[in-house]
Design a protein. Sequence first.
Lengths: 218, 1107
Amino acid sequence: MSKVFPKWSNTLPLKVIVFAFVSVTTLLAGITYYVTPKYTRVGYEPSQPVPYDHEFHVSELGLDCRYCHDKVDESPVANIPSASTCMNCHSMVKTDSPLLEPIRESYASGEPVAWNRVHQVPDYVYFSHEAHVNRGVSCVDCHGRVDEMPVVKHAESHSMGWCLDCHRHPEEVLRPIDEVYNLGWEHPGGKKGQIEYGLQAIEERNITPPQSCTGCHR
Amino acid sequence: MKRAPHPHPSSSELSGPRYWRSLDDLAQTPEFLSQVEREFGPEASEMNEVDRRHFFKIMAASFALGGIGFAGCRRPESHILPHSKAPEHQVPGEPLYYATGFSLRGETLPLLVETHTGRPTKIEGNADHPGYKGGTTRKAQAAVLDLYDPDRATAHTKNGSKISNAEVSDLLASLKDDFAANDGAGAAVLMESSSSPTRLRLKKAFQAAYPKALWVEYDAVSVSNAAAAAAKVASSANLQPKYDLSHASRILSVDADFLDEEQGSVKFSKQFASGRRVRSSKDDMSRLYSVESNFSITGGMADHRKRLASSQMTAFLAAFALELELGVEGNRLRPILEPLAAKLDADTREWVAQCAEDLASHKGRSVVFTGQHLPPETQALGLLVNEKLGGLGKTVSLVEVDSGDSSSLADLAAAIDSGAISKLVISGGNPVYNAPADLDFAGLLQKVDTVVRLGYYADETSEASTYHLCEAHFLEAWGDGRTYDGDVVAQQPMILPLFDGVSEIELLGGLLGETDSDGYSLVYATFQSGNGNPGKRAFDKFLNEGFVASGYRKSRSNISGVALADWLGGFSAPAAPSGKESLEVRFLNDATVDDGRYANNGWLQECPDPMTKLTWDNAIVISPRLAKDLGIVAPNSMIQVARKNPNKVRDGRQFAKVATIKVGGREITGAIHIQPGLDNYTVILPLGYGRSKTGRIGANSGFSAYGIRSLDATAFASGASIGLTGETYQLANTQEHWSMEGRAIVREVNLDDYAADPDFVSSVGMESHSPPIYGKKGDKFSTQEKITETPRGGSIYEHPNFTGVHQWGMSIDLNVCTGCNACVIACQSENNIPIVGRDQVRRGREMHWIRLDRYFSSGLANDEIPEDPQVSLQPVACMHCETAPCETVCPVNATVHDEEGLNAMAYNRCIGTRYCANNCPYKVRRFNFFDYQERQLDKLYLGPLAPKGMPELVKMAQNPDVSIRMRGVMEKCTFCVQRINQAKIDQLSKAKDGSDVRVPDGVIQMACEQACPTDAIVFGDLKDSDSRVSVLRDNERSYSVLGYLNTRPRTTFMARIRNPNPKMPDYFDQPLSKVEYKAKAPKSPYGTTAHDAPGHGEAHAKEGGRH
């Protein structure tokens, strides 16, 4: 009686197992890396109709965040400035720059400038800037060093797990209220000093970041 | 020791008042019993028209389609469009509020409207107004949906084809020239009544400019009879009686639904509630008597209620007057009144006598409220009675209301008939649909050369007109109006007219050729001329506050009994209706669609009628006695619905028999609904349905009762007959859904029993039989301990940790809730709740987060037809149980508790198992069986292939602070979590680096709470022992519904108190519900029923809570 199975088939089960293991691992690793907000969002850097340079305006000219995003501390949304805000200066400075043409056009015609959205939370998430900046969470904690970005890009993942990390350990980011818009501020005591300061702030300010659904989902 | 399982109570041991939600429930028919056992009714959980196989076919197809292309993998690009120049006051992301006013039949409600980026989204009452105090009605709440109605008129037309705005201006200019050429001869203007000072100013200018023109005012539901009465019996003209219940301790309502449909109902609700809001057993409480033909909300609140045909109200008031001291006028009045009063039977005379004695003993603090539909003679009698009760100038005042001179619709009809009218301008209203049938208004319009119609919808009247001009919504147009008491309310727009609509005053301004005929200028000019030119700042203040508390001027006129006697001398009251061949029909504006003007408003169409609980259709509402006479009651059952086949009983589907009503040679056909509590031979016909030309929502709903309404009998008509056609029709009724099986849901007591036993709520209901809920027997806990430490009691579940800064809770006072449904619409508007359509309501799938349960109790044994039931109403929304049964069964943790006691619903986690809805004892969870928000309601069963149905326009009505739920997701009341979060965030912004993060009491108002005209709902922080809600929860009347289940609801109710008069012939020793409960309690061997023994609850407590 001839052999039903050739000899090479002896190693087949092992090969199948190894192949399955490798491919599943690769797939999982791929998904973990490529299909989560850490990959899909971080680094997103669309070009804008007007190449507004945050680094120049903030670091070199010293504009405060709230000069343009003036409603950030009284509204859930940090508003994008209207053309009239830009024209406060640019009616006198660089009045004929071709780069500023869309702004001048919008100011004259009343049609809005269509800025590309960089940071976006899903529709079922109700994030409030007001609740964070007024209580000692800085812009930098979610948006990164915008003051060092010539073109704004997505710095953090903004995933739900990322939100919750901070809501569970607010001591890591809490800072004095008047340093909220100072993106370069760091606690002079380093990491340890920050934690100590943060724990004290939690106590003093009665900080209880919501960790349940109703905090963000309505 | 093993604990014995808690047995399900048999029907004979139900330890609480027994209520029945329908006659089927009362009769316990087998169909009904099988239905309640199913919890959701057969069709609420089954697919229809699509079988399983077909479903998978479609699924496969949609998966295949979904796989084509990788469009979903790319990050969608989206844009932010800031303003070019930032407008003042507007903060992106924050709502902006404007004061304005909502007018209906000459009464304007002061409002505050929430707008998001320039679009109005939510209507609320203006809490600053001293009379209305922020209360609203369901109709006002729903008005915002009309603004975004895709079926509203969107263009000006001439004979059906579109014309431009310039052509409209030319038309108005040419009309003006025509009118001016011959002093207005041949011209007529037809409008609805209005209290707007600007319209009055323009009306007078119009009449001065065109003296020969005819100015006609017509309301489908007339409110002018009271003024006609006052004109006859009070010496000076232009007087109207205005009621004030703030100091009324004895109220008699004569066919008046003053808590709901009468003018000023919001104000009366507030005042009535303050007289009924008992906080301790020592408090005084007002008493309400009601005599009526319909079963109204006011009748439901009454302590004594008498059923009587509307035509007999004159006799009733005559008999009432005879019981009072008539003084010198008595000699003239008695011979006139006695023959009238003689028409009443002896029982009614006795009722009147005792009622009159009670009112007379509260001189100056009692009031007789006469229904606005009653004839002027009856109204005049009402005025006389109030004067004799010492109420004139106190509870009723005659005020001077200048509304100018106008002609009646009959005058107009005569003028058109004689060929005298060649140009007719119709503004508002819908006379072709709702004019009395004997006028044949559509036929009359054909005799007029040019008919110009200003209307919000292109409706029946527009069809018969030459020109249709589209009217601006009140949220788009400038205007003004007066409240019930005459305060002038500003009506300011918050959005430009979406379709170039013009307002009524702008139309009049155009006809007058005013140079500044835009709405703002007209209103501004009226304000300046009416207040002595106070300037722009005063006007801005007026807009900012929303009203000027000017009020009507009170008159010192007296009521002349002699004049009344002379007038009544020739009055012959019609005979009482006596059988199915001599019925009386009463025409009522519908509780939701009114006189037909809201027929295309989906929120109102789907809002259940407060008493019949019918949606989407009207019905011929008849009494059980008449039903019996007609032979439509099945043997051994008192079913309200006439069934062709008993097996076809379905939840929400009322297989109603169709009948024809004949009166005066005309007839209409409609479905029958049997309603206990009506006058035996009065048939109620709600107006406003059966529209022949309206939008998609209002089409094919109900029948038009206008078809048998004649000019001489617009409120009620006698001599009607009824006959069955043999057909049936399926009405959509929310009444029998989610029956609570007669447990102690609404608890009631009489005022004197309450004084004797303030702790009565704990002696009814299963709690007296169940193990102690909190701790061990005898333990005492404060509310704050109960809600945070939650002593375990007998619960096997772990509690969530209630560590939040606040602990939210709600208290609902059943003693003042009238059941008006304003909260239902307010919630729908605030929380983006979809409408589901007639077909889905028939399957029991309505989506309202808050519902009004309406229970009847008759005190009778089951084998008699109840004719005089008491009604108990209870608003039910998610109770936010601390040990929520829904949470323990959710397989995906989609419903969980938060730290502040909210039972949260995470829509994105929900996979739609509906286990939670099955496990909820209150049946408050709502499931999205379809994409109600996105698909057309008539094509839902095509699933994903159905055309997308929600027009962009309707989306504008949505609240951006609340997620839109998709198909397959459970939803329910969230305690308006968006409002809670906004208030908390505002408080955080104020606190900065301080520690004061607690939201002060009263800052957060739920949508239902805000809308409530009686302030029955109070929301707040239970952790704060001084908050309003904590105080109410600590009140002795406070109880939890189904508390014995140990669900520990955060919403508690306050028991209802009835205040009957022991001298009345229909006095009841205990609320009828309790009588029934006692009748069903098991007899004890010692001769008394077990639950009758004093200190019943106490006895159980001593036994350790075990029976």
